[in-house]
Design a protein around this ligand. Structure first.
Ligand code: GUN
Length: 281
C-alpha cells in the first residue's frame, strides 16, 4: 500500500508553476494577476484565503485581496466583481464561498466572466468540461486527477465510483473521470445499496462530508481510494474515509490532511496562469 503524498506532489507542481509564471512575466512584462474576494469573517474561509494569497506570492503571481464586511449589500459585492472583471491586470477572480446568507451567491458569481473564472464554477466552464473541451476545471477535482496522473493510476476502462454530487467536487470529478475513459458511477444520499456500489470501485472518490463514512467493508481489495473530505472533529481534521482500516485494503490512498487538500491551491494557481496565458492568445 502506498500513501499518496499530496504535500510533496503539490510542492513539485508549484515549482513548475513558478517557471510558467516567470515565463509569462518575461514575455508580457507583467505578472499573472489573481483577485481573491472574501466577504465576512468565516474562520475557515479566512484560513483558505490566507493560504491562497501566500500561494500566489510563492508562485510569482500578483494577488489582489479584497475583504468586504459581512453586511455588504448585493449591489456592492456585484460592483466589486464587475470592476475586477474589467481590470486588465486581473486574469482570474475567485469569490470565496460560502457567502453570508443575505447574499445571492449565484448572481455574484455570474459577474465573473468565464475567461476569469479560476474556480471553473460557471455554466460555460462546466459545459466545456461536459463537452470535453478546453476550459477551466474546479480546483479540487483537478487536483485529484493530477494526483492520479503523477502516481501512474490507469483510469481507462476502470470502474470509478464517486460519492457526492456537489457542483464543486462530485459532478466535475465524474466528468473528468469520464473524459479520462473510466466507467463512472456517481452515488449520493438517495443511492440504494451504497456499500455495494463502492465495493465495485477500482477508483473510489469520497466527497461526502461525513467523518470516517467509508469503512473497510465498502472497499475492494487493491482499490485506489481518494478522500476529499475535510471534517473538523474536536479541533482535528478527519476525512470521509476510515483511514486506519481502509488503508489495509487499498493499493493507494490519500491521507487527510496532506492528501487532496494541498493540491487544491496548486491547481488554483495553475488555473490562474492558464487564464492569463489564454487571455494573451
Ligand atoms: N470554498 C470551499 N472551497 C472553495 C473553492 O474551491 N473555491 C471557492 N471560491 N470557495 C470555496
Amino acid at each position: 500500500m502506498t500513501i499518496i503524498d499530496g504535500k510533496q506532489t503539490a510542492a513539485e507542481v508549484r515549482a513548475q508553476l513558478r517557471v510558467r509564471a516567470a515565463a509569462f512575466e518575461e514575455k508580457y512584462g507583467r505578472k499573472v494577476g489573481l483577485a481573491v474576494v472574501l466577504i465576512g469573517e468565516d474562520p475557515a474561509s479566512q484560513v483558505y484565503v490566507r493560504n491562497k494569497i501566500k500561494g500566489c506570492e510563492d508562485a510569482g503571481i500578483r494577488s489582489f485581496a479584497h475583504y468586504l464586511p459581512a453586511d455588504v449589500t448585493q449591489a456592492q459585492a456585484e460592483e466589486l466583481v464587475r470592476a475586477l472583471a474589467s481590470d486588465e491586470a486581473v486574469h482570474g477572480i475567485l469569490v470565496q464561498l460560502p457567502l453570508p446568507k443575505h447574499l445571492d451567491a449565484e448572481r455574484i458569481l455570474a459577474c465573473i466572466p468565464a475567461a476569469k473564472d479560476v474556480d471553473g464554477f460557471s455554466a460555460e466552464n462546466i459545459g466545456r468540461l461536459a463537452l470535453n473541451e478546453e476550459g477551466t476545471v474546479a480546483c479540487t477535482p483537478l487536483g485529484v486527477m493530477e494526483l492520479l496522473r503523477r502516481y501512474h493510476v490507469e483510469t481507462r476502462g476502470k470502474r470509478a465510483v464517486i460519492i457526492g454530487r456537489s457542483n464543486i467536487v462530485g459532478r466535475p470529478m465524474a466528468l473528468l473521470l469520464l473524459n479520462a475513459d473510466a466507467t463512472v458511477t456517481v452515488c449520493h444520499s438517495r443511492t440504494v445499496n451504497l456499500a455495494e456500489e463502492c465495493a465495485r470501485a477500482d477508483i473510489l472518490v469520497a466527497a461526502i462530508g461525513k467523518p470516517n463514512f467509508i469503512t473497510a467493508d465498502m472497499v475492494k481489495e487493491g482499490a485506489v481510494v481518494i478522500d476529499v473530505g475535510i471534517n473538523r472533529v474536536d479541533g482535528k481534521l478527519i476525512g470521509d474515509v476510515d483511514f486506519a482500516a481502509v488503508s489495509q485494503k487499498a493499493s493507494l490512498i490519500t491521507p487527510v490532511p496532506g492528501g487532496v487538500g494541498p493540491m487544491t491551491i496548486a491547481m488554483l494557481l495553475q488555473n490562474a496562469i492558464s487564464c492569463a496565458e489564454r487571455a494573451m492568445r
